[in-house]
Design a protein around this ligand. Structure first.
Ligand SMILES: CC(C)(COP(=O)(O)OP(=O)(O)OC[C@H]1O[C@@H](n2cnc3c(N)ncnc32)[C@H](O)[C@@H]1OP(=O)(O)O)[C@@H](O)C(=O)NCCC(=O)NCCS
Length: 184
């Protein structure tokens, strides 16, 4: 792919998806322990493949307004998670991420999010990055708070998943806050 993205974190690497990632991604987007916290229900192999086809196509759009990237762990080329920065509004991006349950608790998601945020502020010139998180998603809330995000409020009935409308808590991080923390 032309202009393929590859971002090196401290321990993980973020890169563009390809269709060969389908089986790895099925272990994430097909697992209810993960999708319970996402804005969509678990997907089967065909659904995951369609999701990756969409990501590959959108990655080629000019201008590019989505960075839906594979998270590769320190031990090789297996995809252990994904993270996404969707551009919308004025110099603004929406952050999302998920890891395969076998990889939770190792610091990989924090490293991935930090790397994508750095890319958003430094390379894409963003001013604001937000994350909408389920009110009960303690791990994800801990992650954004550790990275310096501020809680803004509740988005009522923000997503419809698993048969019900669900609220999200909106968090945001501004470029000057990020830069000040990095310089400290
Ligand atoms: C949200 C999610 C990605 C967070 O994953 P995670 O593994 O908790 O996050 P990290 O990989 O950054 O790990 C953080 C934990 O690893 C620990 N950690 C950090 N650096 C570490 C390191 N170098 N070595 C070992 N552990 C480390 C942290 O102390 C933290 O542990 P704690 O929760 O006990 O305090 C994961 O729970 C997930 O995929 N959930 C389902 C999808 C989801 O909710 N997505 C977000 C929707 S808003």
């Amino acid at each position: 792919m032309e202009n393929a993205i590859r971002l090196e974190g401290d321990v993980v690497t973020l890169r563009d998806f390809n269709l060969e990632d389908t089986d790895d991604v099925l272990k994430i987007a097909g697992d209810d322990r993960v999708t319970h916290w996402l804005s969509y229900d678990s997907r089967d192999r065909d659904g995951v493949r369609a999701m990756l086809e969409g990501a590959v196509n959108r990655a080629q759009q000019v201008p590019r307004n989505e960075y839906y990237l594979a998270i590769v762990g320190p031990s090789g080329d297996n995809v252990i998670g994904f993270c996404r920065l969707g551009l919308s509004g004025v110099q603004a991006g929406k952050l999302g991420y998920a890891l395969a349950p076998s990889e939770w608790g190792k610091g990989y998601a924090t490293d991935a999010a930090r790397t994508l945020i750095q890319f958003g502020f430094r390379d894409l010139g963003l001013h604001r990055i937000s994350a909408a998180i389920g009110p009960d998603n303690a791990q994800s809330i801990k992650l954004v708070e550790a990275l310096g995000f501020t809680r803004e409020g509740v988005l009522r009935d923000h997503v419809f998943t698993n048969g019900a409308w669900r609220d999200s808590v909106l968090y945001s991080l501004l470029e000057p806050e990020w830069t000040a923390a990095e310089e400290r």
